[in-house]
Structures are given as C-alpha cells and as structure tokens.
Design a protein around this ligand. Structure first.
Ligand SMILES: NC(=O)C1=CN([C@@H]2O[C@H](COP(=O)(O)OP(=O)(O)OC[C@H]3O[C@@H](n4cnc5c(N)ncnc54)[C@H](OP(=O)(O)O)[C@@H]3O)[C@@H](O)[C@H]2O)C=CC1
Ligand SMILES: CC(C)(CO)C(=O)C(=O)O
Length: 322
C-alpha cells in the first residue's frame, strides 16, 4: 500500500510523517512555501519525543503523482479545499482508488462518493499544528491520536481493516467502525467551537458558554433531521485515556485548526463545513441556527480580512446575535 497524503499540513503531515518514519511508502501533496521547504529540507516532524526530519517524495498537485493500483488517496485538506482536489484526482487516479477522508466535518465523504466508489471516513482526534513551512507538530504522546475509520456510508471491508491496522502499526489508536458517520457527527459537535476559538482565542473567558450555545442548536437540528449521532457516553468512553497533551520544545499549542488558519493568514477557514453544516441542516429542516450562522459569518470575514485570532470577545459575539 502506498499512502498519498493530499494536503500535508498539520494532520496530513503528522500522519504521513509517522508512516514514513516507520518505513511505509508515503508521497506528500503540498503547495507553496511548505512544498518548497519539504523538498529542500525535508518534513520536520516535532513531537513531545523530539524532532525528526523526514526526506520523502513531495509533489505540488495530485496530477503530478503517477497513480497506480495500491495507492490510497488520503484527503487531509480542509473541507473548503476538498472540491479543488477531488476534481483533478478523479481525472488521474484509478476509479477503484480508496479515498480516506482524514478530515473534520461530514461533507467530504459525500463529495468523494460522487466521483469514487470506495470512500472511508475517519473520526480524527489528533491535536496537531502547522504554522511554519516544512514543520508539523504532534502534541499528544505516547499515542499521537485516535483515527477510527470505516467505509461510507457504512461497513468494514478488507481495505478498512488494512488502513486501520496500518495506522495502529505506527502508533495511532484506530478501530475499524461499521458506523463511522455516527462518530463523525459527534466530532462535528465538538468542532462547532473551532470558529469561536479562532475569533476569541483559546483562553478567552466565556467561550464555553458560546460553545454550549452552538452545540445546543446543533443537537436540536440533528434530532429534527433524524441523524444518528454517537452518544456523549460512547464518545467519552472512546476518548478516555486516548490523548496526553505534552509540551513540545519550541512549539506551544496555540489553538485548533481554524485558529491556525487565522494565525497563518491563509485567507480561508473551514467554518462553512463545520458551523455551516448545522446552518444548512437547519435551513433544510426549518430549525433556526442563529449562533452557528453568526460564527460562520464572522470567522469567514476574519479570514478574508486577515484578522488575527482572538480579536473578538465572547460578549461582543453575544451582542451581535440577532
Ligand atoms: N489541526 C488539528 O489539530 C486537527 C485538524 N483536523 C482536521 O483535519 C483536516 C486538515 O486540517 P489541518 O491539517 O489542520 O489543516 P492544514 O491547513 O494544516 O493542512 C492542510 C494542508 O493542505 C494544503 N492544501 C490545501 N489545498 C491544497 C491543494 N489543492 N494542493 C495541495 N495542498 C493543498 C494546505 O495548504 P495551504 O496552507 O497553502 O492552504 C495545507 O498545507 C481538517 O478537516 C481539520 O478540521 C482534525 C483534528 C485535529
Ligand atoms: C478538536 C480539535 C480542536 C482538536 O485539535 C480539532 O478537531 C481541530 O483542531 O479541528
């Protein structure tokens, strides 16, 4: 099996880096200064255990890779970039190529299923950071993260078993799951707070209340939409003892993936596929979701305008709520 990591940022870089460090066949797809740095100096993988530099092949687009049977396309771009990588991928990769969505949100799998029949979803519990070109950071040790996965819409086949065991072999916790989308929906509830964390900063007083507001809207929407979601008890049991966040020399953990988008000034953010998923379902099912809509709008504007993370207070957010 050859792992083609499409989007070798925080999550893709850590997963690809660990696979490569263990001698697995890995190709990275990256772009811009990050691609240049990987090509010239290798991928720097920082973790609580130390730093490693990995020399591994990197290409600038999925069309630059020579796809062959046995390749797995690991999508690790943010949700808003998924259509841009799937379109060329479908043109060059064999149709039977397994597509592993190593991403938050629940829309990537559906998008991939339009153009590939063998799609796998992942419940991604992996605190990782990518702020500087060529560098990715894993914050939890000894287990860097949990990557349970399964076939979409459901089931576990030989490919799911092989992917899960390949990830376990390099230190991740990974269980094959026949009901992976239930787990992705419960993860979505957690990611609704990404926008608030980016807007207000991870330590702002009052963000827990905003988080609760976003989740309450989402829980009601998912109930009305009849979507099966793993229960909080199942989620807590699976997470128990999974992560141990430890200091990584020279690289503090600032915030999650949306915080990193603002910190890096990428110009875009994933909120349309996190809060926006709830807003979409609310519109389809006649449930109001004003807090998720406001979070979605504000963080998109912050990304567009290059606003630094932490520029808004939770009370300012509440005042803006209709
Ligand atoms: N970071 C974390 O701790 C966690 C993240 N996740 C999820 O994992 C997924 C990935 O997030 P994360 O790793 O943080 O994101 P990153 O931005 O760190 O990594 C994504 C990478 O993909 C690159 N990319 C985007 N489009 C293309 C393209 N067309 N061609 C080549 N490269 C491309 C980006 O480049 P560029 O920088 O130029 O945009 C970036 O380097 C998201 O769904 C996120 O929600 C889940 C759990 C934890
Ligand atoms: C939950 C969290 C914040 C963990 O890093 C995450 O999933 C993200 O950064 O998107």
């Amino acid at each position: 099996m050859r792992w083609v990591i499409v989007g070798a940022g925080a999550v893709g870089g850590v997963v690809g880096g660990r696979l490569a460090a263990a001698g697995q066949d890995v190709v990275l797809v990256a772009r811009g200064a990050h691609l240049d740095a990987i090509r010239s100096d290798g991928l720097a993988l920082h973790s609580p255990e130390g730093r490693r530099t990995l020399r591994l092949p990197a290409v600038g687009a999925v069309t630059e890779h020579e796809w062959r049977p046995g390749d797995v396309a690991v999508l690790a771009v943010k949700g808003m970039d998924t259509p841009d990588v799937l379109r060329p991928l479908a043109a060059v990769a064999p149709p039977e190529t397994p597509v592993l969505c190593l991403q938050n949100g629940v829309a990537n799998e559906r998008a991939a299923l339009r153009v590939f029949p063998n799609v796998y979803g992942v419940w991604v519990i992996l605190p990782a950071t990518h702020l500087a070109p060529g560098v990715v950071v894993a914050h939890s040790s000894p287990t860097p993260g949990g990557l349970d996965l399964g076939r979409v819409p459901g089931g576990v086949d030989d490919t799911a078993l092989a992917l899960s065991s390949g990830l376990r072999a390099v230190g991740f916790a990974s269980e094959p799951r026949a009901d992976i989308m239930r787990w992705k929906y419960v993860k979505l509830l957690m990611n609704l707070g990404n926008a608030i964390q980016a807007l207000c900063g991870p330590d702002a007083e009052g963000i827990d209340e905003l988080d609760a507001l976003l989740r309450a809207e989402a829980t009601e929407v998912l109930r009305v939409a009849g979507i099966d979601v793993a229960t909080p008890e199942e989620d807590a049991a699976r997470r128990k003892g999974l992560l141990t966040i430890q200091p990584v020399e020279g690289t503090p953990r600032g915030g999650g993936s949306s915080w990193q988008s603002l910190a890096r000034g990428t110009g875009t953010v994933e909120a349309d596929y996190l809060n926006g998923e709830i807003v979409l379902l609310g519109r389809l099912h006649g449930v109001a979701t004003p807090a998720n809509e406001l979070a979605r709008q504000l963080v998109n504007r912050a990304a567009r305008e290059g606003t630094r993370p932490g520029a808004l207070t939770p009370s300012q957010f509440l005042k803006l709520l209709p």
